[in-house]
Design a protein around this ligand. Structure first.
Ligand code: PHE
Length: 383
């Protein structure tokens, strides 16, 4: 039998271990007057504009919140890690943000495949993660700590299928898919389901891998199938090159795609070859809603560049997190998770956000066209 002091010590030791275990996210500065938020982004590499835009939007939200006194009386500190647009890097930097930096939440990523790398790590550590703009359904299916502030691709795919069939009157389209990208593979699937269900036909399907530069073989096969349109659910670097090479091969039908087209680098890469093409996305700075206009104005003033979907969604991801922390009254992961899940009618720069039971946001899509080297708003499609 243990003597009294031994029993006491054992109980005290057990309590210490327990308290330690209850605070896995508490880093070295947990007692300081700051709230550490981690962000992982493609600040460099093939999708650099995605990460930079999203980061700028997030930074704007941090600056505005801190200027207004912070959250729960504490300043927000944003710790941003670059994954260089490379596979494997997101897992590494997110592990570091959680275990060495002790962040209370993770924001990221734009590209679905990179969000999918980080999500299981956040879930395992019970650190809430909010993806600003990853649209593949699997991201939030990872677990109950994973959220997003944007719509998902079953919706986006249907929007573009309807647009192609009804507005563009296309009947027989080709599809060119990036098989390395969860986003591209998913959007192809959902577009195809919608287009076939509405009576359309798929003339031919071709594949590429993100990073490819030569699409002549695929485009030649597409030309031979004689479609009346080409759906390319890819990212801007490849989309720009595909448009250029399609023009060189005299492919005379419209090209269209999803939010992955949106980049200030798209037109510099694809040039005039993109004129008259279309894509769906989350936000247009031409939208006259007051919240959109206020965000667009503040963003322009701070960064001297126009805002885009990734910027607005990055902004909303941080604002939504701050709102959840305020409602939770704590930065403790389980409580912040509950508050995030309970989000209703939050007024964001990308519209009103209600988190549904699957931790996604149901929001309208906008369709843009490329005219005179710029993006022109066509229409908004409600869910
Ligand atoms: N939705 C894309 C994905 O899931 C990323 C993206 C969002 C790109 C918004 C541009 C604009 O991979």
């Amino acid at each position: 039998m243990k003597t009294w002091p031994e029993q006491f010590l054992a109980a005290a030791a057990a309590m210490l271990v327990l308290t330690g275990c209850n605070k896995p996210a508490a880093g070295p500065d947990a007692s300081a007057d700051i709230i550490k938020v981690g962000e992982f982004a493609s600040l460099t590499g093939s999708e650099a504009t995605f990460g930079q835009s999203s980061h700028h939007g997030t930074q704007l939200a941090v600056d505005q919140l801190n200027a207004a006194g912070g959250v729960l009386g504490k300043k927000i500190q944003l710790l941003t890690e670059d994954n260089q647009s490379q596979a494997g890097q997101s897992a590494t930097v997110v592990r570091k943000l959680i275990s060495s930096d002790g962040v209370v939440a993770i924001l990221g990523e734009v590209a679905s495949s990179r969000s999918l790398e980080a999500a299981p790590i956040c879930q395992q550590n019970k650190v809430p993660m909010i993806s600003p703009s990853s649209t593949n359904p699997k991201v939030t299916e990872t677990g109950d700590y994973i959220f997003r502030v944007c719509f998902i691709d079953p919706f986006q795919g249907t929007v573009m299928a309807n647009f192609a069939g009804k507005r563009l009157q296309l009947k027989n389209v080709a599809i060119l898919t990036d098989v390395k990208s969860d986003y591209s593979v998913g959007l192809t699937k959902f577009f195809k389901e919608g287009f076939l269900a509405a009576g359309g036909k798929i003339a031919v399907e071709q594949n590429y891998s993100g990073g490819d530069k030569d699409f002549n073989a695929q485009l030649t096969a597409i030309k031979a199938a004689n479609p009346d349109g080409l759906f390319v659910p890819g990212y801007y670097t490849e989309v720009g090159l595909i448009a250029l090479q399609a023009k060189q091969l005299n492919l005379a039908f419209p090209m269209f795609g999803g939010d992955g087209w949106e980049s200030s680098s798209l037109v510099p890469i694809g040039g005039a070859a993109l004129e008259g093409d279309y894509f769906s996305t989350h936000f247009s700075p031409q939208d006259t809603t007051p919240a959109v206009q206020a965000f667009a104005k503040d963003f322009l003033a701070k960064f001297h560049e126009p805002s885009d979907a990734m910027a607005a969604l990055g902004y909303d991801s941080l604002m939504l997190l701050a709102d959840a922390i305020k409602r939770a009254g704590t930065t403790e992961g389980t409580k912040v998770r509950e508050a995030l899940a309970a989000t209703k009618d939050f007024h964001g720069a990308t519209g009103n956000i209600t988190i549904d039971p699957a931790r996604n946001a149901s929001k309208p899509a906008v369709i843009l066209t490329i005219t005179n080297g710029g993006f022109q708003y066509i229409e908004t499609v409600a869910p």
